[in-house]
Ligand binder design. Structure first.
Ligand code: GLN
Length: 282
């Protein structure tokens, strides 16, 4: 048994992680993971001693975090919506911002109709699984070009007990039949490839193919806008997440692609975040 108590280990780790804006929280999440306990356990048993193996593992994880590795990759999971999702280096770490897209999609289709919905670039499955869990009568198709990401997403569907999602390997709308989807949603890569933010913080460790999209960050959104229209039913909706300064450009792309009823919604920080567009009737 080491001589390290839970409370003193947390204090030391918080000091080691001082350069993280969430040092204390990071330390708590890592230690709870090492002990295989919920976070509350740390406050119930502050004087418990760590075993030597636990102390060693905790030190290793804290050092990796100090070197920048995201907590979600170190503990292998992240909460999104009300789901616990496995994440690996093959998937983007789901962000709270993306919950806006889920809310808007649910608001657009509140009825009990058994519609078909596609999530393009599903990654860990975050959006697809949040929607499928809220609307058990929907049929959700989750698409990604990465087999490694699809393996994670499939596992997340099983672990969260979500049966109404199918996983397909492919590029954007390539595997979707014409006129088949009532709604298409996506949180595509949308960062400009030379954006210095790609060199900072958690994103350094995330798959670049999930983040960057050409010189203006809009290459994938242009492709999706073009491909999605024919795959939607008349009156069907496309919802795209994008950068805070891309609202006008995305609305313009969607107008040129033939969509109507185009509007941008803001996230909790009051930034443009999701643009919605409808396929015209007829
Ligand atoms: N759809 C996934 C998410 O929102 C992955 C998005 C991506 O890789 N760009 O987390």
């Amino acid at each position: 048994m080491s001589s390290a108590r839970i409370d003193t280990s947390l204090t030391q780790a918080t000091q080691t992680l001082a350069s993280s804006t969430t040092a204390r929280l990071d330390a708590e999440l890592l230690l709870a993971h090492v002990l295989n306990q919920p976070r509350g356990y740390l406050f119930t048993w502050p004087e418990r001693l760590l075993s030597d193996a636990e102390a060693t593992t905790f030190r290793r994880l804290v050092n990796q975090r100090r070197d920048g590795v995201p907590v979600a990759y170190l503990i292998g999971q992240r909460e999104f919506w009300h789901l616990t999702l496995k994440v690996t280096e093959a998937t983007l770490i789901p962000r709270p911002d993306t919950e806006l897209l889920v809310e808007l999609a649910l608001d657009l289709q509140p009825s009990q109709a058994a519609i078909k919905v596609a999530d393009l670039g599903t990654g860990s499955g975050a959006i697809a699984l949040a929607l499928a869990s809220e609307r058990p009568h929907w049929y959700v198709v989750a698409i990604d070009k990465s087999s490694a990401a699809l393996t994670v997403a499939r596992e997340n569907a099983i672990n969260n007990g979500i049966p109404n999602t199918t996983f397909l390997k492919g590029l954007w709308c390539d595997s979707l039949a014409a006129g088949s989807m009532s709604m298409i949603v996506s949180n595509p890569p949308y960062i400009a490839s030379a954006d210095p933010h790609l060199m900072e913080g958690d994103v350094r460790f995330e798959p670049i193919s999930a983040l960057a999209s050409g010189t203006d960050g809009l290459n994938d959104i242009r492709q999706i806008a073009r491909q999605a229209l024919p795959c939607l039913v008349s009156g069907g909706w496309l919802l795209l997440e994008h950068g805070h300064d891309q609202g006008a450009a995305v609305r313009n792309i969607l107008t040129c692609a033939g969509f109507t009823e185009i509007r941008t919604e803001t996230d909790l920080a009051n930034h443009d975040r999701v643009t919605l567009a409808q396929k015209p009737d007829g």
